[in-house]
Each structure stands twice: as C-alpha cells, then as structure tokens.
Design a binder for this molecule. Structure first.
Ligand code: ADP
Ligand code: ASP
Ligand code: MG
Length: 426
C-alpha cells in the first residue's frame, strides 16, 4: 500500500466527460489499496476567462478580490470530481483551501505555501476516503482566500504530497512526460525517462510550463518524488505505479540510471522558450557610478523582476545605453516608474519592445563541458537569427531574439545539440 497524490491539469478537467475519465484513473489507483489525495486545476481556459472578468470590472484590480474570483474555477472542478467519484461508488470528499487549511504567505495572486495542516486530511485518507483538493488556492494569515500564481496547482500538489508524506506525487497533464523541448513545437522532441530537480527547476524558470517553477523548488527541498505523466490514456495503458512518465530525480539517482544505461548523459538536457518578457532600452544614460542603481532601484522596490541586463560601453560624451528585460505583465508599470524618475536617471529616450523571446538551453553537463554556448551562437548565426542579449548560469545559456523566430530557433538548437528523436537510433 502506498500514499499517492494525483494532480490533474486544466485540459484533463475540461468538462464532465473528461472528469469522468479522471475519476476512473483515481478509482483505479485507490482500488489497488492505496491512499489517495487528488489535486485539481480549473477547467482549461476557465482561469483566463475569470482573469478577463477582473480586468473588465476594474483594470487596476485589487489582488485580494482577484483571488476571490479566480479561485472559483478550482472550487467547481473539485466539487465535480468528488461528485463523479461518488457516482462510481467511491467515498470522496472535497477540501477547499481554507478547510484544510493551506496556509499561505506573501502577496495575493502570487502567494507562497507556508504550511498545510494535514492531520484531518491524513485521517480521512487512512479511513479510505479519497480527498479532492482544489489546486492554486490557499488562505492568508488574515483568513482571506489567496491564489499561488499561474500554474500554481502543481505547487499545491507537491505541498500536499510533502504534508501527507506521500510516496509519490503524480502530475497528470496533456503530454506523457517532460520532453527535451515543448513537443508541441518540435515534433522530434524526445521524452525523458528522468530529469534532475536542478535541471527541471532551471527549465521551468525559463519557460517550460509543464511544471510551475515553485513546485519543482518545493519538491527538491522536501524530497517529494514527482512523476509527470499523461491523463489521456486508454484502459490498456501502463499503470502509473510502473513509472511510465518522467521522474524528477536527484543527481545521485540520475548517476545510477546513467550507470545502468537507462539514461545517457548529454551536455544539453532541454531547451525552453519564453515569450512573456519585454525589452526596455534607455538611451544616453550618464556613464558614471550610481547611474544603473538609479534605474533598477525603483523597479526592485515595485517588486518588478529584471532578468537580462546589458550596458553598452560608453563611447564618448560619458553616456551609455542600458538594455534590460522585465515580465510583459509589468511593462506598463516599469515604464511609468522610469518616466517618473527621468530626471534622476537622466536618460534620453525610453524604447520598449514586447516582440521578443528568450530561448534557453539547460543541462548539468555544461558544468564540465565547454563549448555549449558557442554551439548555440553558431547554430543561430547559420540561420541568420540575431542575438539581442545573452545571460548564462552554471547550467544554462539564454539568448534574447525576435519573437517571430522562436519556433525556428528552438528547432535549430534541438538539432544542433543532437536531441532530435531520430538521432537516438543513429
Ligand atoms: P496543465 O494544464 O496540465 O497544468 P500545462 O499546459 O500547464 O498543463 O503544461 C503542459 C504543457 O507544457 C504541454 O502541453 C506542453 O505544450 C508544454 N511544455 C513546454 N515545455 C515542455 C517540455 N519540455 N516537456 C513537456 N511539455 C512541455
Ligand atoms: N487554474 C490555474 C491556472 O490556470 C492554476 C493551474 O491550473 O495550475 O493558472
Ligand atoms: Mg500547468
């Protein structure tokens, strides 16, 4: 007997027919004598619809009320799944964020899970009841409903798994695992049997939306065993217990898989893209100590995350251009803040560009292998793709390019690093 947390994303929960398929998967897992908790997302498209309502009601919406609205999507699906499980003869009960409770801290709309009181939940699971928990939602210190940022149900699932000390947290989605890149962009993307926490964390943070970044960080910290697998399977599918999806593993586990010949070490494990950033260029900023601090200080105070930064070498007149990226959602606010500080900063023009994309290659193999970045630059140059900015970390290289070239760049790099599915046989 094992204790399993199963999480189902939006496409898996899109409509009562799909929910019935989910209920069947849950029933099967429970029928094997396992204790099961299920974490669900809102139906596909529902959260976007609710966000739009908020924008229409008040463009400068209060995040606390936004949370009240957007958390409703998961309330609906958790109730519907509990009802469907009951119709199949299962003992099932829903537990909303405030009922467990899932205690969160920090800002509304991007709350972080602090703790889950799992006592009542574990007792119910031990008594054979299937717990159905809406993902994405929690409760703040002052008792108000909160949500955890887009894609937050993954984090809810991992947090529940950590709280009930689950043997495994299965994240069911619309693809059957983590691939070398988004399989919807590159048909030749290869499914990975396993990926390390560190690499998955980096991939998620640079745009591979299959898992929310925070969920991976939490799984790594709490040692939760996470598997990504598909809910779109027939009755003859390999059972989840036989690990048909992608396991997120520690470095040590990965070494064992490599030794056994079940995984091969590549310099690059995966490629991700992110179209949600925007570029800001400030021209003719004074080239003197403190100038850059004047730019980034107001942004930091407004909790706007700056990602890539380039400062050109000042050629003459003691002036320089500064280029950087911010999340597209924060662009208008960033622009307003900088305009406000125009005199302090002393720039000439503020130019913005939202038609950009960040392409990143990730792999722990980079730690010990030089030349990954130059392969990237050459492959892009060969296809005439211009690089606007570059950043690197120990296991990642990212470049900023024109948004229209995203798909081409991802495909070209996938081939350049020998990741195409055909290459495996070669
Ligand atoms: P869910 O609604 O189940 O949470 P998401 O849409 O959030 O699903 O995440 C699944 C999607 O992530 C896939 O449909 C796929 O297009 C995308 N994706 C991006 N990068 C990857 C990758 N490296 N491996 C698998 N899927 C990826
Ligand atoms: N429904 C939320 C979203 O669309 C949370 C999730 O699905 O993970 O972002
Ligand atoms: Mg998701």
């Amino acid at each position: 007997m094992a204790r399993i947390v199963m999480k189902f994303g939006g496409t898996s929960m899109a409509g009562t027919e799909r929910i019935r398929r989910v209920a069947n998967l849950v029933r099967k897992q429970a029928a094997g004598g396992n204790q099961v908790a299920v974490v669900v997302s809102a139906m596909a498209g529902e959260t976007d619809r609710l966000v739009n309502f908020c924008r229409e009601a008040n463009p400068l919406y209060d995040p606390a009320e936004y949370d009240v609205v957007v958390a409703s999507g998961e309330q609906v699906t958790s109730g519907l799944l509990a009802l469907t499980l009951q119709s199949l003869g299962c003992d099932a009960r829903s537990w909303l964020g405030w009922q467990l409770p899932v205690r969160t801290v920090e800002a509304h709309a991007k709350a972080r899970v602090e703790a889950i009181d799992a006592e009542a939940l574990t007792s119910a699971m031990e008594a054979g009841q299937i717990a159905v928990i809406p993902g994405f939602q929690g409760v703040s210190e002052d008792g108000r409903i909160t949500t955890m940022g887009r894609g937050g149900s993954d984090t809810s699932a991992v947090a529940v798994a950590a709280a009930v000390k689950a043997d495994r947290c299965d994240i069911y989605t619309d693809v059957d695992g983590v691939y070398t890149t988004d399989p919807r962009i590159v048909a030749k993307a290869r499914k990975l049997k396993a990926v390390t926490y560190e690499e998955m964390l980096e991939l998620a943070s640079v745009g591979a939306k299959v898992l929310q970044t925070r969920s991976v960080g939490l799984a790594m910290k709490e040692g939760v065993r996470v598997q990504v697998l598909s809910s779109f399977v027939g009755d003859d599918a390999i059972p989840a217990d036989e690990l048909p999806g992608t396991m997120i593993v520690s470095e040590e586990e990965m070494n064992i898989l490599v030794e056994k010949g079940e995984m091969e070490r590549q310099h690059v494990t995966g490629i991700a893209h992110d179209k949600n950033e925007a570029k800001i260029i400030l021209t003719r900023v004074p080239d003197k100590p403190g100038a850059v601090a004047h730019i980034f200080d107001p942004l930091a105070k407004a909790a706007i995350n700056v990602d890539m930064i380039i400062q050109n070498v000042g050629r003459d007149k003691g002036e320089t251009d500064v280029t950087f990226t911010v999340p597209q959602a924060d662009l208008a606010r960033a622009q307003a803040l900088l305009e406000d500080k125009r005199d302090d900063i002393g720039f000439n023009r503020l130019i913005t560009d939202s038609k950009i994309a960040k392409i990143s290659v990730v792999g722990v193999g980079m730690k010990s292998h030089a030349g990954v970045a130059s392969t990237m630059f050459k492959a892009l140059a060969d296809r005439g793709i211009n690089i606007q900015a570059i950043t690197t970390s120990e296991i990642k290289v990212s470049v900023l390019i024109d948004e229209d070239e995203t798909e081409l760049a991802v495909r070209v790099l996938h081939t350049a690093y020998g990741l195409d599915a055909d290459d495996e046989a070669a």
